[in-house]
Design a protein around this ligand. Structure first.
Ligand SMILES: [Ca+2]
Length: 548
């Protein structure tokens, strides 16, 4: 198939030039190993180094010895973010939002790194179309059952189904995912020591159901009794003192929740009177609600705390094998914290201890608002609360700056060009005999040395009808069929002051860009397999792809 890509004709040349620059930024270091660590539904402010009160000393240490990006974006949802990170294209370009089969030209990062000699390993969530090993990974532990953190029914080793985990086995998802990652590191060390590796660790935490180890929950007992309004303000103040943000704190939104949430009445009936369906003022909650809501945040904190402990084990292993110096470690989250409230899996047992295997609870919109401090809205919206991710980059051999912030906007589509540049690889112009569009991302390598602006013509957002576009500091954003809003993110990342009425010409200019690329991306995505019909959909895209 011959295709002509009309978008960004100069990008290929720019990429070649960037490769040369990367070698300089890397200070002559040889190609690094890559460890990409992805949290699931973690909020922008949950980590200590982004203003959170949760104990995350291991990630904080990586930040102290590396970089923190303050304006990095994901795509608001699990599967499109993974598509963007692994392909270097916006999800619509590769037919992954809505989730269908990628075009044959849409290679994944391990396939692109292979010619440069990299061996790739995966552990955790997948949520990409097709088997993991077909995507170029040599080994994989795939946790498909994301409704059960303690006893998953569906999980695979190298795409071969493993036995279900029984209720009395000592299994916890975050620990198991790290265990397999550690096994892959051991295997690489013993058999392929001279080759560089790419390790992709995709935790399923702190996604709902919020379930955590009792000893982890115990560390947060009583920590959240003052409520989400207080925690939110404290996080915002810490973020300002850290330099993570310098704008206002958004207003808490007591009305907006996902369309697919279980109603508040049903939540109270099935879970208990302590549940709350909306992000109302903490002081308006009844005492029973305050107790129960505080207990839910203890579990969320315990889940993030556990991620940090397991990252600590991975870092220690790299250090012990002498690989830490020349391994680039990136830590991010796939979307903002979630305001979803659902009951799935085996349902919720009201008699079970909150956070235990028989409980099925969600963080809910009140605490989600706090986790996304200082931004508006949540996972699935493309306002800043849905799409903002921490991004920590640690690479002692290649990044001289220590503990610095990077304020340039960045996006998940940037990881492929960044990592290919560091690997000394180039993105092929064809794959499976089909022409590929130029990558949509830009290499972040120039920002490793100093806080320079990475030249994005624009950043594009679209998910379940929510739309957004950022050009420089201007951002247009809309909820479903609602009107376009306009914000100047230079002083208003909280998206508090809608300037659309003051600058109609700016709105028009950005809408024209969004509309043009929306059409272009849909045409590119349509070169993949069409959306499976509803009946075939579940089988075709896998059970883990069910909404939400
Ligand atoms: Ca997610």
């Amino acid at each position: 198939m011959i295709m002509r890509w009309v978008v960004g004709g100069s990008v290929v040349l720019a990429f070649v030039m960037a490769t040369t620059r990367g070698a300089e930024a890397a200070g002559g270091a040889k190609r690094p190993n890559v460890v990409f660590i992805l949290a699931d539904d973690m909020g922008f402010s949950d980590l200590g180094c982004y203003g959170g009160e949760i104990a995350t000393p291991n990630v904080d240490r990586l930040a102290k010895q590396g970089l923190r990006f303050t304006q990095c974006y994901n795509t608001a949802r699990c599967w499109p973010s993974r598509a963007a990170f692994l392909t270097g294209y916006y999800p619509q370009q590769v037919n992954r939002d809505p989730a269908a089969q990628r075009p044959r030209w849409a290679a994944l990062l391990p396939q692109l790194l292979k010619p440069a000699g990299y061996r790739s390993y995966h552990s955790g969530k997948w949520h990409v179309d097709g088997p993991v090993l077909e995507g170029g990974f040599a080994r994989s532990y795939h946790l498909e059952d994301t409704d059960r953190s303690f006893s998953p029914r569906v999980h695979s080793l190298d795409d071969v189904r493993l036995p279900q985990v029984g209720p009395n086995e000592a299994y916890y998802s975050t620990r198991a995912i790290a265990e397999h990652a550690l096994n892959w590191l051991s295997e690489h060390e013993s058999k392929y020591r001279d080759d560089p590796f790419f390790l992709y660790v995709a935790f399923t935490s702190p996604h709902f159901p919020i379930q955590a180890l009792p000893e982890d929950i115990a560390r947060y007992r009583g920590r959240y009794k003052e409520g989400w309004d207080r925690i939110r303000r404290e996080r915002w103040e810490r973020q300002r003192s850290l330099g993570i943000v310098d704008g206002p704190l958004s207003d808490r939104d007591p009305r907006t929740i996902p369309d697919w949430n279980v109603s508040e009445d049903e939540l109270k009936q099935k879970i208990g009177a302590g549940e709350a369906g909306y992000a109302v003022a903490w002081d308006e909650l009844a005492d029973e609600q305050k107790r129960f809501q505080a207990a839910k945040m203890e579990i969320h904190a315990a889940m993030v705390d556990r991620i940090d402990r397991e990252i600590g084990r991975i870092v220690a292993k790299l250090e012990a094998s002498g690989q830490l110096e020349n391994t680039i470690i990136l830590v991010a989250t796939d979307n903002g914290a979630s305001a979803e409230q659902l009951i799935r899996g085996d349902g919720h047992d009201p008699a079970a201890s909150p956070g235990s295997a028989k409980s099925f609870l969600c963080l809910g919109p009140g605490w989600s608002t706090a986790a996304n401090t200082p931004f508006r809205l949540h996972k699935s919206w493309v306002h800043e609360g849905g799409i903002s991710t921490p991004l920590i980059v640690h690479w002692p051999a290649g990044i001289k700056a220590k503990g610095e912030l990077r304020h340039t906007p960045a996006h998940f589509v940037d990881f492929v060009p960044t990592l290919l540049e560091l690997a000394g690889a180039t993105a092929p112009s064809t794959w499976n005999d089909e022409a590929r569009p130029p990558l949509s991302g830009r290499s972040l390598v120039p920002a490793f040395a100093k806080d320079v602006e990475i030249d994005h013509e624009f950043l594009f957002f679209k998910h379940i009808g929510n739309r957004g576009l950022r050009v420089g500091d201007w951002k247009i954003v809309a909820v479903k069929d609602g009107p376009w809003e306009l914000y100047n993110l230079a002083n208003d990342r909280a998206e508090s002051n809608n300037l659309a009425a003051d600058h109609p010409e700016k709105v028009k200019e950005l809408v024209a860009i969004w509309t043009r690329y929306d059409g272009e991306y849909q045409r590119q995505g349509a070169t993949g397999e069409p959306l499976p019909k509803a009946a075939a959909r579940k089988k075709a895209v896998g059970s883990a792809n069910k909404l939400p």
